[in-house]
Design a protein around this ligand. Sequence first.
Ligand code: GDP
Length: 353
Amino acid sequence: MVTFLSGGTGTPKLLAGAQSVFDPAETTVVGNTGDDVELGGLLVCPDIDTVLFEQGDVLDRERWWGIADDTTETHGELRDLAESVGLEPGPRYLPEAAQTEGRDIARWRRFSGIAEFMEIGDRDRAIHLTRTSLLDEGRSLTEVTRLLAAALDVPVDVVPMSDDPVASIVHTAASKKEDEDEDENEDETGADYPDEMHFQEFWVAHRADPAVERVEFRGADSAEPSPAALGAIEEGPVVVGPSNPVTSIGPIAAIDGLREALESATVVAVSPFVEDEVFSGPAAKLMEAVGYEPSTRGVATAYDFADAFVLDDADGTDLDRPVVRTDTRMDDEADAERVAEAVVDALDARGVA
Ligand code: GDP
């Protein structure tokens, strides 16, 4: 058995070439749900969906999200309707009271569907509609995720980290302006960013522009691990694919039971950096904001539960734990297979594989 922890890019890329190295029937993928939002009443799970679409062979591999060749009729109509009567595109949060009403799983990240700030394809929307309806019929997110995986012929077991709500909230540095003349927390229109926003507002609507003070995983203190995720991590070994340590692995490690299980399991992590160069995304900025060096060294500090690392050939970082080096750039399945083999070597170094 092997268990992967996944955000929405690095681990799905690794899984794309892992099947010749790790038997899919023996593989569990635990998905981060801190990035999830409810949009127009539908629960969208971006990280889990990318795993499902990649493993179900329908992923749009150009953008690395959504379904390949999907249409956007409904999304376009939502934008047009709003524009025709002057409704701003948003992100448009539902009123505060509505954030904690209704289905629990969507707490603290509930957005109106008016002019939909995230692009949702038509086939993609059918996934969210099915997911949300099954949740409303009383099933857990774990059960629903497994049903969607079966519908898409996904060969690995995909489960969420928790069946309870955990929302990744970015607190901006609005109150910490260093220079009065240079307001770093303004958008291009000069308007101040809000003091706090959901990660998807930070990333999709503002392209990671706001200065960050801290990141909160709202709900993590009371969230229970999904029993399936906990069991899989306890069984191990665990592979942390290249991920954003703050917003992809942070929410998983913020759930007490999962953190304890990670501390006991054998864990190998693939660095999302080559020394201090990140492959993509806002990992460096977010790590710096929460007090980690934005580099492979900082990843090793954040992953105090990891027992060995896979680093890039060009990454000379000296770590206090075993390291296996390979070319860690993954552009195709052959690249992913090479990195998966390095993961096996790293597990070997820990006497597991
Ligand atoms: P998110 O959910 O989309 O933010 O993505 P993840 O947390 O799954 O992964 C983001 C991290 O993956 C970024 O920090 C990237 O540097 C890293 N990454 C993306 N592509 C590659 C790659 O080909 N190789 C490696 N080693 N890291 C990558």
